[in-house]
Ligand binder design. Structure first.
Ligand SMILES: Cc1cc2nc3c(=O)[nH]c(=O)nc-3n(C[C@H](O)[C@H](O)[C@H](O)COP(=O)(O)OP(=O)(O)OC[C@H]3O[C@@H](n4cnc5c(N)ncnc54)[C@H](O)[C@@H]3O)c2cc1C
Length: 408
């Protein structure tokens, strides 16, 4: 590993890769220092039976404006533009009920929007209709969007999120696209950063694989990881650790299941395991037309299942699916794999949300320090947080800040 460079980028996820690519292409001597043995972070494509499977980000949200859409196309990848299952009708859910549920969700969103304008920021739970028929399902969907429960999520932050509702997928994998974008940028893998000593004229970055001196650093650590590293900065930067704590990663996990006789179902269809309980999963059936089901588990449900062990997700899915599709359906299912994101020591969750009253922490986290410490990562984005394109934009922005700082 190089022991001296101009700019160290801590973390090789979507933000770190974007920052590294921008700096390297601008001729700046830089090094991505990554704890894992791969690039991509929460963008992670594995393969099963020749199919690319995204355990982390899968959807190119705001796809028309999403930089990763263009990058994937430039890499020669196939973009699938089938409308996502959540915009279409769900199986086992009567059409008039679905309409009723969608209207209830729209009213919930409108109330969150109104709450976000109040003097005091509160949890989105305040936007639920008292005893509303669809509160359970709205609660479940909030866990899919934020990884946290309605009582935990800031209304102001939720309302800040922007989405043009165009959602595409990369057939060969979103994670593979992000990792490929980093090819050619100098990288040190398997080097977990433990401390950034900023007491001297130059910065000293201590890793599990030796120390590196640098003039500037871009920190892209996931917030929950950073929140656990009180001594990351020396001298300490308590406002950064506090901001990271105010923006914890919620939890969402995906379980992929092989489905026998899959053709019985329409391609890219879906169902909810339950319609009246926030502890339910959403099942995407035949994603890309493949003989599979992608189960999506969020919030406290995902946390409880992670704690109960890998098999608990499959058991839960089988119970829910058989409840709707009949007892014999179990015979057609075989689990593939789940990546447990909370148990992952270099993620500790899926994506960030702001706790009530702390939406402004995103700006605090993103602010540079002394013109030599810069910050990026999805949690730094005010409007695109929680996404891979949000991470990309903060990475490029941090790289631009570094380039501007060098000229001073
Ligand atoms: C289940 C799931 C589904 C998702 N679905 C979508 C989706 O459909 N669309 C979408 O846009 N987004 C989605 N996301 C979110 C998206 O994946 C993330 O927002 C994005 O990838 C975050 O990028 P990042 O660079 O900010 O962070 P990360 O990808 O977490 O990058 C941080 C990097 O830092 C590394 N690191 C950690 N600790 C250390 C250390 N001590 N030293 C050095 N390196 C360290 C990590 O290994 C990682 O590579 C999903 C995420 C999950 C988990």
């Amino acid at each position: 590993m190089k022991s001296d460079t101009e700019v160290v980028i801590i973390g090789g996820g979507a933000a770190g890769v974007a920052a590294g690519r921008r700096l390297h292409d601008a001729g700046v001597d830089c090094l991505i220092v990554e704890a894992r043995d791969r690039l991509g972070g929460r963008a992670f494509t594995a393969t099963h039976a020749g199919y690319a499977i995204d355990h982390g980000c899968g959807w190119l949200h705001s796809a028309g404006k999403n930089e990763w859409s263009k990058i994937a196309q430039a890499q020669g990848r196939e973009i699938d533009k089938t409308p996502p299952p959540w915009t279409r009708s769900s199986l086992g859910f009567r059409l008039n009920e679905q309409q009723d549920y969608r209207e209830a969700f729209s009213r919930f969103d409108e109330r969150v929007h109104a709450l976000a304008r109040a003097d005091k920021d509160v949890a989105v739970a305040a936007a639920l209709e008292p005893d509303g028929r669809w509160n359970g399902l709205i609660g479940a969907v909030v866990t899919f969007i934020n990884g946290a429960e309605v009582a935990e999520v800031s209304a102001r932050d939720y309302d800040n999120y922007e989405d043009d509702e165009v959602n595409w997928r990369v057939v060969e994998g979103y994670g593979a696209t992000v990792a490929r974008h980093g090819e050619g940028v100098p990288v040190a893998l398997g080097a977990p950063v433990r401390r950034i000593d900023r007491s001297g004229k130059r910065l000293k970055i201590e890793t599990g694989n030796g120390a590196i001196t640098a003039d500037r650093v871009i920190v892209t650590l996931p917030t929950t990881v950073m929140a656990e590293m009180e001594t990351l900065f020396s001298p300490a930067l308590p406002e950064k650790i506090e901001a990271a704590r105010n923006l914890p990663l919620g939890l969402d996990d995906k379980l992929f299941i092989v489905l026998d006789k899959a053709e019985e179902f329409e391609k890219d269809s879906r169902l909810f395991g339950a319609k009246d309980d926030s502890k339910t999963a959403a099942y995407h059936i035949r994603p890309f037309g493949r003989p599979m089901i992608e189960g999506f588990f969020g919030g406290s449900n995902a946390r409880d299942l992670e704690a109960a062990g890998e098999g608990a997700f499959f058991d839960f899915a089988v119970t829910e699916l058989c409840g709707i599709l009949g007892h014999d359906f179990a015979k057609r299912l075989k689990p593939i794999h789940i990546h447990r994101w909370a148990a992952d020591p270099f993620a500790r969750g899926a994506y960030s949300y702001a706790v009530p009253g702390k939406a402004d922490s995103r700006a605090v986290l993103a602010a540079p320090v002394d013109n030599r410490l810069f910050f990026a990562g999805e949690a730094c984005s005010k409007h695109d947080y929680s996404t891979a394109h949000g991470a990309y934009r903060t990475g490029v922005s941090a790289a631009e800040q570094v380039i501007a700082a060098r000229k001073k």
